[in-house]
Design a protein around this ligand. Structure first.
Ligand SMILES: [Mg+2]
Length: 239
């Protein structure tokens, strides 16, 4: 039995509790609410807290957004953004690095822009461009093999960022020191807690995935490979 050992259950959202960028199904929602009765539940995501909150349709949980650059809580029944770090981005340098990368790997076709700049300073590099069709994106690199092959080259080009394989056909880069693990560490520190107090559940624990740093830490990590198994995986935490 794992229950009673942990105070906090930290969750990835896309691929873990829901389909990518989709609302929760009824079963997963019911199990999430049951967890919330017994544990402090925090979502840890790559997107903004607001986006995650909307996707959760207002379920009142703590949210660590943008790889730890944002933190939100529900206070007096209101979504409240308590942390919102921003980092200045050298857009020219990033564009020129992306062009170097595209040349090196002979990436040609692009629809829309080469880079998406987020307000936080996080950047997304969509290899097919910002306006590529969803169907094309989904079939581009389903096993992530192309991006794993490129990963060390991308990391070398962006030493000031932590680079992840994101979405279906892109790389995500968060300014250092922000990562999901960094966000969890700050969250625990604020409450006088440590790694032993938390269990993390995520789907992106493979090489280059944005849950990978937590997976390799001493935090108890439960893997999910299909979000429909969420009830099965969390059952052991419930009395
Ligand atoms: Mg995920």
């Amino acid at each position: 039995m794992l229950n009673n050992r942990f105070k906090v259950i930290a969750l990835d959202l896309d691929g873990t509790v829901s389909q990518h960028k989709s609302k929760l199904n009824a079963d997963n929602k019911r199990f999430l609410y049951q967890l919330m009765e017994e544990y402090q539940v925090v979502f840890v995501g790559a997107g903004t807290c607001k986006r995650i909150y909307k996707q959760l349709e207002g379920i009142p949980v703590d949210i660590i957004g943008n790889y730890g650059m944002q933190f939100s809580k529900i206070m007096n029944n209101e979504f409240t953004l308590l942390t919102d770090y921003r980092r200045k981005t050298d857009r020219e340098k990033i564009m020129s690095n992306v062009k170097t990368l595209r040349k090196e790997f002979m990436l040609e076709e692009v629809t829309g822009e080469l880079v998406e700049f987020h307000d936080s300073g996080v950047i997304t590099i969509p290899l097919l461009g910002t306006e590529a069709k969803l169907a094309d994106k989904l079939k581009y690199d389903p096993q992530r093999l192309k991006r794993r092959r490129m990963l060390s080259a991308v990391r070398k080009l962006f030493p000031d960022y932590t680079v992840f394989i994101g979405g279906s056909s892109s790389f995500d880069a968060a300014p250092r020191p922000y990562t999901k693990l960094y966000g969890i560490n700050e969250y625990l520190k604020r409450q006088g807690m440590c790694h032993d107090d938390v269990v993390y559940i995520g789907d992106d624990y493979g090489r280059g995935g944005n849950d990978e740093d937590i997976y390799h830490s001493d935090i108890k990590f439960l893997c999910i490979d299909d979000y429909r198994n969420f009830p099965e995986v969390v059952k052991e935490f419930l009395l």
